[in-house]
Design a protein around this ligand. Structure first.
Ligand SMILES: NC(=O)c1ccc[n+]([C@@H]2O[C@H](COP(=O)([O-])OP(=O)(O)OC[C@H]3O[C@@H](n4cnc5c(N)ncnc54)[C@H](OP(=O)(O)O)[C@@H]3O)[C@@H](O)[C@H]2O)c1
Length: 408
């Protein structure tokens, strides 16, 4: 392990989700009293970082402050050299994230982010995977609501299936039973940036449609199921509608299976959807969500409509109020179907706004887990399920308001 000044440097500490992550690390950096966290907050504006630190009410000079512009390669290299793990919330990552990933790869520093920008994640893998293997840097994208609950939820259920049957299931479904939360300007900016790139680039549109876009090349014996319209799901006896995060989560889950050497089989199938209930009401809700999702995608594909949406929706730096965050929660149902047709179920829940309160806690724990619990994993581009041991699930249960439940 590198001997560095800081265990964790949180880059983007003045961002909306960065401020929540700061408060979380400030509160939980002393969970182990024998080993208080050595950490720093970082960003481009010293004045904003000082304000973030003041708001924490910490002791003088705690945490330390590091200034760097995301596009200034020497500055982010100097930052990476001082950190065992860099956590970054500076997005859209496709616009601001590349120099920091390269700097971490060069320095052999570990790195986690909240990126759901699959096109950029794929570019980072292509550009830097070999160098990360050589330097020992462990790079983990998607350490927030996308994709930790999905990726660890699938692994958790598959472990239970394996304990009971000696085999893994080739088919897993995730259904969102309930979810409540808000959205930040930074998340919208990242989505808009992706839609803008896709409008300019037809080959990117094909890539975004490919469920295996983050996997190494391999035979594709099955096509992946995709819920892109209202339909009835007999396994849940309810109607389902498209779930926007599925486009990220399914790619990460399939990459996890690939990186682990296909324990669930090369023909493993995984999909995600929103449950809307049974009967006519469930059908109507599924149709309404399908229409709204298609409407947003259509508007986002056109520059003029994107500009209008950007005027109406939250701006970067803004996000859901504390009251909205406090009412947030989510409940995700996982169903594995084994070869003989036996169903096995699990549930993952969170008691905070999925994208913000809960994401800040998951992100903080992912950073702590990478800094303290993950020693022997070599450098490379990992996924949450392939790098984090079960101690992350324990951390999330104890310190992040999440549950992972076996529902036999
Ligand atoms: N995976 C998930 O579940 C999840 C959940 C939440 C958010 N996210 C992602 O997390 C990211 C942050 O979201 P957010 O709502 O917190 O965004 P935000 O409030 O708009 O913050 C963006 C941050 O980037 C910083 N920044 C911009 N350009 C920079 C530069 N050149 N150098 C250094 N810093 C720069 C900004 O600094 P200034 O403050 O100085 O302007 C700001 O702090 C987004 O990409 C979002 O999609 C993912």
């Amino acid at each position: 392990m590198r001997d560095t000044e800081f265990e964790i440097v949180l880059f983007g500490a003045a961002s909306y989700v960065g401020r929540l992550a700061c408060a979380y690390l400030h509160g939980h950096g002393r969970d182990d009293p024998a080993r208080p966290l050595r950490w720093a907050i970082a960003g481009r504006s010293e004045a904003k970082l000082l304000a973030v630190r003041d708001a924490l009410g910490a002791g003088p000079g705690e945490p330390a402050i590091v200034t760097a512009d995301a596009l200034d390669s020497p500055a982010v290299s100097a930052l990476a050299a001082r950190a065992q793990v860099v956590l970054s919330t500076v997005g859209p990552y496709a616009r601001f994230g590349t120099p920091l990933v390269e700097a971490c790869v060069e320095a052999g520093a570990d790195y986690c982010d909240l990126s759901g920008e699959v096109q950029w994640i794929r570019r980072m893998q292509t550009a830097f995977e070999q160098r990360a293997r050589a330097s020992g840097a462990r790079i983990v994208h998607g350490c927030g609501f996308d994709a930790i609950p999905s990726d660890l939820g699938v692994r958790f259920l598959q472990q239970r299936v394996h304990e009971r049957t000696g085999r893994y299931a080739r088919r897993v479904k995730m259904r969102v039973e309930s979810m409540r939360g808000g959205i930040s300007g930074g998340t919208l900016a990242s989505v808009m940036n992706l839609l803008e790139e896709a409008e300019r680039n037809p080959s990117l549109r094909r890539e975004l449609d490919d469920p295996y876009s983050l996997c190494p090349p391999h035979p594709r014996p099955v096509s992946q199921p995709k819920i892109d319209r209202a339909r009835f799901d007999p396994d849940f006896e309810a109607w389902v509608a498209p779930f926007v995060m599925a486009a990220v989560n399914t790619r990460i889950v399939l990459r996890s299976n690939a990186l682990a050497g296909y324990p669930y089989g090369e023909a493993f199938q995984y999909d995600e959807a929103l449950l809307t209930g049974g009967g006519a009401r469930g059908r109507l809700a599924a149709l309404a969500i399908t229409g709204a999702t298609a409407g947003f995608a259509f508007a986002g594909a056109h520059a003029a409509a994107r500009a209008t949406l950007a005027r109406l929706l939250p701006k970067p730096g803004r996000g859901p109020s504390a009251a909205v965050r406090a009412r947030g929660h989510y409940r995700l149902a996982f169903l594995a179907i084994t070869d003989d047709g036996t169903p096995h179920r699990a549930r993952v829940t969170g008691d905070g706004d999925p994208g913000y309160g809960s994401t800040a806690a998951m992100f903080g724990q992912a950073g702590l887990c990478l800094a303290r619990d993950v020693e022997t994993v070599p450098g490379g581009f990992w996924t949450p399920a392939t790098i984090f041991p079960d101690s992350l699930i324990e951390r999330l249960r104890r310190h992040a308001g999440m549950t992972f439940e076996d529902c036999r």
